[in-house]
Design a binder for this molecule. Structure first.
Ligand SMILES: [Ca+2]
Length: 191
């Protein structure tokens, strides 16, 4: 039992360290200006965003008042029957653990039953062929103005050479567009 406690203590320490220091993702707090991206390893504006996903400034328009850190965050809108989000691909080994976290807000009431936002990962081999994927908890409950921590962890499958880290929102079949209600900030791996 003593050994187990030591392992847990180290785990807690590393979790805090992961919050304090940058992980493997770039632009993890969505603070870097949009623009052409020379590297596929950076999300935000070019090739790594699809649908209605935007990096926006806190306190503007109908956005939430404060970013978790910095001045900006990710906004994901969901037009009827659509999927939208951002992704970032990072080199990773096979059979290796991964842990990443992000913080979200949902405002304006709970999302419709058929609409949600969540974290997702996809595993790719050295030829960029997808080996599999995993999804986090589907979120749709109003967070009442608070940034809520979310996380995902697991172990990569055999053959993995990269993980694609994804923040996504969608569904909403036949509904009205979900606008200015889903936000994410500070998404990064934790080591
Ligand atoms: Ca931020």
């Amino acid at each position: 039992m003593r050994g187990m406690k030591a392992v847990l203590a180290v785990g807690v320490f590393l979790s805090f360290a992961g919050v304090a220091f940058a992980g493997k993702l770039e632009n993890s707090s969505f603070e870097i200006d949009f623009g052409d991206r020379a590297s596929l390893s950076m999300w935000g504006g070019y090739r790594e965003a699809w649908g209605e996903a935007y990096q926006v400034n806190a306190g503007r328009a109908n956005y939430v008042e404060r970013a978790l850190t910095g001045e900006r965050f990710l906004l994901i809108n969901v037009p009827p029957a659509s999927w939208n989000g951002v992704w970032q691909q990072v080199s990773w080994g096979e059979k290796q653990p991964y842990l990443w976290e992000a913080f979200y807000q949902i405002k304006g009431g709970d999302l419709p039953d058929n609409c949600s936002t969540f974290m997702k990962v996809e595993f790719y081999d050295g030829h960029d062929i997808q080996l599999g994927s995993a999804v986090g908890e589907m979120r749709r409950t109003d967070t009442k103005g608070v940034w809520v921590r979310d996380s995902m962890k697991g172990v990569t499958p055999v053959g993995t050479a990269a993980i694609r880290f994804i923040l996504i929102a969608g569904g909403n079949e036949g509904g009205e567009g979900i606008l200015d209600r889903i936000y994410w900030d500070d998404a990064d791996t934790v080591e």
